[in-house]
Design a protein. Structure first.
Length: 201
C-alpha cells in the first residue's frame, strides 16, 4: 500500500476529521497489512512503573467511541487494567505520516456476552493462541516450542483464557507530519458534540 492510497485526516472541521480517523481505523480492522491495525498500549504496571506493548486492533465502534482488542486472561496487563483502567493507545501511520494518541478508560470482559460474541467471530487460527499451556511471561523448558492448534472449536477450554478489552475515549490527539508543516489538533466531546481545537505541536 503506497502513501497515495492513505488518508491524512483533515483539520477542516471536527466532524470531517473524526469521520476520516474513524474510517481509517475501521479499514485497519478489515485489512491485515494496514499499519494502523497495530498500536501501542501504555498501562500502569502493578508496581506503578509504566508498561507498553504492541497489540492488534480488533474492532472499532465510531458512534460509541470505543476501540477493542483481545488478550489472554493470564497476561499481567489484565490485572493492570483492572487496577488502573486509564490507558493510552498510540496509533501510527508511517505511510501517510500521522499519529493518533487515544487516552481512554478500559473495561475488561471475560465470560460475558461481549466476550462470547467476540470469541464466536474470532478465527480458528486466532483462537488457538489461547490454548497455550503457559501464561504470558512464564518460564518454559529449554528448547520448548509451542505450536497453536490449527482448528480450535468454539467449545474449546481455551475460551476460559480469552478476554476482550474495550477502550472508550472522550479525547483524541492527532498529529500530522509533512515537509510543509506539522499540524496537531485535539478532538474532544462534550454536551454539544465534538470540538476540534488546533494546538501547537
Amino acid at each position: 500500500m503506497s502513501q497515495s492510497d492513505r488518508t491524512v485526516p483533515s483539520f477542516e472541521s471536527a466532524r470531517k476529521c473524526y469521520r476520516q480517523v474513524a474510517g481509517a481505523l475501521e479499514q485497519a480492522v478489515r485489512t491485515p497489512g494496514d499499519p494502523l491495525r497495530f498500536f501501542a498500549l501504555a498501562t500502569a504496571g502493578i508496581d506503578g512503573f509504566p508498561e507498553c506493548r504492541i497489540l492488534v486492533l480488533r474492532d472499532v465502534n465510531a458512534e460509541d467511541r470505543v476501540v477493542e482488542f483481545h488478550c489472554d486472561r493470564r497476561s499481567p496487563k489484565v490485572e493492570q487494567l483492572r487496577r488502573e483502567p486509564r490507558v493510552t493507545l498510540l496509533f501510527h501511520d508511517p505511510l501517510a505520516h500521522w499519529q493518533l494518541r487515544v487516552p481512554a478508560d478500559a473495561s475488561v470482559h471475560h465470560r460475558d456476552e461481549v466476550c462470547d460474541r467476540a470469541w464466536r467471530f474470532t478465527s480458528t487460527t486466532s483462537r488457538g493462541n489461547y490454548a497455550c499451556p503457559f501464561a504470558s511471561g512464564d518460564p518454559v523448558p529449554e528448547g520448548y516450542v509451542w505450536v497453536p492448534p490449527a482448528d480450535l472449536p468454539l467449545d474449546s477450554p481455551a475460551f476460559e483464557n480469552f478476554v476482550v478489552v474495550r477502550c472508550r475515549f472522550e479525547t483524541l490527539d492527532l498529529y500530522t507530519i509533512s515537509p510543509a508543516a506539522h499540524l496537531r489538533g485535539i478532538l474532544s466531546w462534550g454536551e454539544n458534540g465534538a470540538v476540534l481545537t488546533r494546538v501547537a505541536t
